[in-house]
Design a protein around this ligand. Structure first.
Ligand code: COA
Length: 179
């Protein structure tokens, strides 16, 4: 799956090492736009130097991907407006070998049907890789994303703490498509 058309004229493009800085900046922008009401301000302010978000981490990830790991940019013309990644599951979801790892869109491009198509494309790609059933996770506070995944047929599989910050535990809800 590469250079696939998405709603509104945007496109999905397989990302490479040269896209590391762009991916890091985009995901950080999405967290700040979409999670400001839920994550601590100091955590959001320090994302550029976080080992989970910085460009160096993305570069390493993209340079040596797992055999079925794929990262894509969503582009509107030349502008990166979102990202998606998928691969072998990293979740506590026994029996679900595939994972839609992340889908992030800048706020101006949310609610146009792009995320729905990305989920379907990711599931189809993981199916081709033989990595079904497929799981996905999202922060427990992200009730709209959970609603979207459930509307697309996912069922809740469990809940796990992703990290703690400032004495607060942030949990994720793990969902999966049984088929
Ligand atoms: C979640 C997200 C990928 C969905 O993509 P999208 O293109 O906006 O969604 P679609 O237009 O296909 O479908 C609309 C549904 O998506 C969900 N959605 C819309 N905006 C959302 C937002 N800001 N955050 C979370 N979910 C959202 C809702 O369920 C919405 O349905 P509703 O309008 O009836 O509430 C996108 O909104 C986004 O990037 N949100 C911020 C980051 C995020 O939550 N990522 C998912 C966790 S990995």
């Amino acid at each position: 799956m590469s250079d696939t058309a998405l709603p509104g004229g945007s496109r999905l493009r397989l990302a490479g090492v040269d896209d590391a800085a762009s991916l890091a900046a985009l995901k950080i922008a999405c967290w700040r736009e979409s999670y400001a009401d839920h994550l601590a301000a100091d955590l959001l302010a320090e994302l550029e130097t976080s080992p989970y978000h910085d460009a160096t981490t993305w570069r390493a990830r993209l340079a040596v991907p797992g055999p079925h790991d794929r990262t894509y940019l969503v582009e509107d013309g030349d502008r990166a407006i979102g990202m998606m990644s998928l691969g072998t599951s990293t979740l506590q979801a026994p029996g679900y070998p595939g994972e839609v790892r992340a889908i992030y869109l800048l706020r101006d491009f949310q609610g146009r049907g792009i995320g729905t198509v990305c989920v379907q494309l990711a599931r189809a790609t993981l199916r081709r890789f033989g990595l079904t059933p497929v799981a996905v996770s999202t922060f427990a506070f992200n009730v709209r994303a959970i609603a979207l995944y459930e509307r697309l047929g996912a069922r809740r599989l469990g809940r796990a703490t992703v990290f703690e910050h400032g004495g607060v535990a942030y949990d994720e809800i793990i969902l999966g498509w049984p088929d």
